[in-house]
Each structure stands twice: as structure tokens, then as C-alpha cells.
Design a protein around this ligand. Sequence first.
Ligand SMILES: Cc1cc2nc3c(=O)[nH]c(=O)nc-3n(C[C@H](O)[C@H](O)[C@H](O)COP(=O)(O)OP(=O)(O)OC[C@H]3O[C@@H](n4cnc5c(N)ncnc54)[C@H](O)[C@@H]3O)c2cc1C
Length: 580
Amino acid sequence: MLDTGISFMRSLCAGEIEEDVLFPYPTLSDDERETLTAVVDAVDAVLEGRAEDFRSWDVAGEMPSDFIQELREFGLFGLVIPEAHGGMNFGSMAYSRTVQQVARHDASVAVTVGAHSSIGMRGLKLYGTREQQERYYPALASGEMIAAFCLTEAEAGSDAASIKTRADEKDDHFLLNGSKIWVTNGGIADFFTVFAKTGDAEARSKLSALIVTRDMPGVSVGAHEDKMGIRASSTCTVYFEDVKVPKENLLGPRHGGFKVAMNILNNGRSGLAGGCVGGMKTLIALAAKHATERHQFGQPIGSFGLIEQKIGHMVVDCYATESAVGVIAALADRGYDDFSIEAAITKVFASEALWRSADEALQIAGGTGFMREYRYERVVRDCRINRIYEGANEVLRLFIALSALNDVGQRLKDMAGSLRGIFDDPIKGFGVLYEYAKQRATWATGVPVGNPRMSKAHVALRVEAEIFEDTARDLAAMTDRLLRKHGKGIIGKQFATRRLADVMIDLFVLGCVISRVTAAIEANGQDGAAEEIEIAKVFAGQAVGRAKRNFRKIDDNDDELVKHLAESTYERGGYGWDVL
Ligand SMILES: Cc1cc2nc3c(=O)[nH]c(=O)nc-3n(C[C@H](O)[C@H](O)[C@H](O)COP(=O)(O)OP(=O)(O)OC[C@H]3O[C@@H](n4cnc5c(N)ncnc54)[C@H](O)[C@@H]3O)c2cc1C
């Protein structure tokens, strides 16, 4: 029986490895696999051989409407909508895999399809009433209505709670006024999930989500943005001027819109990260082809160690990302209550792994990579956005680390509460004290008494599992140490929280890799899974190396010097040491 109330990472920061969340590595049912295979093949059939189109749409900065019609006819807008309403009813695993396949061909197409299902109509799926779903699902499934997510404003990006768009309650409707910038699908959408203030202007938290449709008087759309990447996908400002939104279009709880927005983004992350995996697979194929075909110094460049190192790391990055995406998608499908930290980790890791891969693939291609005739430079431009939207990676790192610190802080507070009552209830009090002292002694000395254990990893991965266990123990100690050192002030210590987040990112992804490789060994034997074991070894080595550096830097760092340099640069308005 699954305990869907557990969060793997929250538990890990408190020193517990909840293995059942990661093991066994999730797989699709036979039925789901069969349907997915057919869809993946069909995606290839629709998008294969269109490379020239994708290139010219990137140059033009627009996707032709007859191609969007093809996407509609193919059913790509109905992926997550129930079959009864004309969709394919894909869960997150199958959905993410489909976005991956689209992204292998073109990022702009993947973003168009993904923004619809991952965020545009996700609120309707998560929070819609039966009546709202019955009203909109059929048109959204057929793509007659394309969906968009409207949160960001000119003055409210990462600080989404500071939006100014207002929805004032009048009789039977909300009167909506404001504008949203950089809305993906803005120019082609008919269904908008809009976030607006419904409380006092000063009350940051009182937002509500509303369903707004293009046909409502007062809705208008600005020009198509001229972007660096994903140029063919539509990005526009959407204006709302005295739009009367019927009260029955309230999505989720009144004043509960901030949570609705965060949950939508959280649930949509397997789509974005799945797209990153697709991008990486394409880059690996392109880079491997170039590395074996291009000769210099009388040899294929792929025979040089420095090129092999890049390709090998691209493969490890891709496998690691895919492993994490599989886990978070399954957590969503199994109905886990809270996988927000794991989903944020996967978004950060995926977007950065794709960025590394794009950069390295272009480097392998040399000057060819710089020419617009080839795909490399477009992939570099296209993939840059993933680190910015749907939660900028800096802000997600803060979320990852501070959520864990908050939980551990709460536990320590509860424990301190129990300790205060030690003389009232000595038995309970001593029990708590003993447990905590034992745990702290373990963290401090590294003696594996009560060390967290990853017992479900295959024995062939014992070294990697031990790396996980030891790093998990050190992570718990790091969390405890940071809280003791900074107390509540940790919120302002971003250099430190970044290190904690980075260790958490590496650990979660390593856990996912170990689980997946364990499943591969169980299915194919150690020989059959030999390369996957190699991947696990390389990733574990990378992860522990980074983690050790981060642990060392808790106390021994140059944070204050770096901070001072930034502050003096702000004051001066730039660099201060021109030679001339
Ligand atoms: C192509 C494109 C498509 C988009 N699609 C949509 C969409 O469909 N719907 C939608 O609502 N929005 C969309 N956005 C907006 C996107 O989500 C925002 O750009 C993003 O949330 C970041 O906000 P910002 O650009 O205002 O950056 P800012 O919030 O100003 O951040 C700037 C920098 O400061 C960092 N930063 C901010 N706060 C902190 C902090 N507390 N600590 C440390 N660092 C911090 C950020 O990480 C970032 O590096 C899109 C943007 C683009 C470019």
C-alpha cells in the first residue's frame, strides 16, 4: 500500500531514505506502452522530414496556421484530456514521453503543444469543476481552443504574488483589468488561465485563477514577440480591459490562486523536463554523427579523448535527466500529495543538462556549429529559455533548499518543544533526546549507526548506493548545521542555500539513476545492463565530487568577498580596472 503523503526529499533532509518512493523504478503498463508507441511513431510520421520547415519558421519567427491545423488533426492538443471528452487521457509518464518525442524534432513545436497541456489547461484538469471540464474539454482536446497560462506581468516575474491585474467581484461576474506579458500561445489561444488579484491591492496572497476566453469583450492580444529562441512559438502580451468574467469561471478556490498557479507549474514540470530529454537525444545523435564523420589530424575527431569526454558526459546527463523525469511523472500519476521539491529539482537539472549538451554539441561541431545552416545554434538558442521560464532556476533552487530547511527547522522546533517538557514527561523527553543525540553523533562522526540505508539498490550498485547513503547523511548534517549557524537568517544567505540545493539536486537525481539501473539489471542481468552500470558509476562520481565541494564550503568559503565585489560593482556601475 503506497503512502502517498511522503516526500522523498523532505524526508532525506531529515536523514531518512524513503526507498519506496524511488523503488521499483516506474514503468508503463503494457496497454499504456502500446498506445504510447503508436503515438510516438505517429509523431515521427508527422514531424519527420520537416527540418527545412522548422528552420525557415525559426527565421520567420512564426509557425504557419496550416501546420498548427495539422497538430490539431493529429490530436496533439488532447494528450492529457480524458477519452470521454475526445482526448488520449495520458498520465504524466506517457505525456512527458510524447513531449520528448516532439522536442526531438523541434523545440518551438514542443513548446506550443506543451504550453497548452502542461500549463494552459492544466488548471482546468487539476481544479476544474465537472461542469467547467465538460464545457471546455472537447474544444481543448480537438485544439479548436488552444490554451495559455497568464501569470507574468511587467512588474511581476519571479515574484508572482505581486501581480497587479485585478478581478473585482460584481454581482454575477468578475471585472478583469490588467495585462500579462510573454504569454506562450498568446497569439493562437482561445482559452486563458488568468491569475488576478481578488483581495485588497496590498494583500499579496489573495489571487484567484479565472478561465477567460478569447471571445469575451475586452480581451486583446499584442504583437508576436521577436525572441532569441523558440522563435516559431507564439509569445504575446494579452490585455484585459473591463472583461466581464462570469463567476462560474473561477478556477479553484477564491483567493487560492497562488497555490493553483504553483500546483499547475509543479504538475507541468514533467512536460518541460521531458522536452529537455528530447532535445538532448537529438544533440547526442547529431554530435555522435559529426564526431565519427569529421576527420582532423588524419583521424575522426570522435577518437580524441576530449571529444569522447564530451559525448560520454552528454549521455550521462541525458540518462540521469530521463531517470528523474520518469520518477516525478510517476509520482504525479500515483497521486503523491507533494512532489514539488522533486519536480523543481528535475526542472533545474533537466534545463541545465540540456544547456550543457547544446553547448558541447556545438563545440564538437566546431565552426559548422556556428553556422545557421545547421541545427546546433538553433538548439542553443531554443534551449536557453528553459532555465528562465516556469520558475527561474535561481528561484527554484531557493525553493528547493528553503523548503527542506523549513521542514527540518520545524522538526527541530518540535523537538525543542519536547525537550522543554523533559521534566514533565521524562520518559518521552529522554526518548526524544536520545534519538536526536544519536542522530547528531552519527552525522558528526560519520559512524554508520542508524545511517540511512538504500537497501533496494542492486548489489552491483553497492558502491553507488553507499555514496548516496553517505551523502544523504552529510546532507542532513549540512541542513542541521546551516540552521544552527544562521537560524532564520538563512533566508538571506543565498550562497549557502544554493549549495544545499545543489547537493539535494544531485542526490535526488542519483537516487533516480540507481533505481533505474537496478531495474535494468533485474530485467537484463549485469551484462545486459553493463553500460547503464557505467552511467551510474560516472554520475555517482560526479555527484559526490560536487557534494563534497559544497559541504566543504559551508564554513570555508569566500562568500563575503564575492558579495563585496558585487556590491562595489553596483556602486561603481561597472568594472573598475581598465588598463588604459
Ligand atoms: C519565451 C517566454 C515564454 C514565457 N511564457 C510564459 C507564459 O506562458 N506564461 C507566463 O505567465 N509567463 C511566461 N513567461 C514568463 C517567465 O515565466 C518569466 O520570465 C520568469 O518567471 C522570470 O521572470 P522575469 O523574467 O520577470 O525575471 P525576474 O523575476 O526579474 O528575474 C531576473 C533574474 O533574477 C533572479 N531572481 C529573481 N528573484 C530572485 C531571488 N529572490 N533570489 C535570487 N535570484 C532571483 C531570477 O532567477 C533571474 O535570473 C515567459 C517568458 C519567456 C521569455
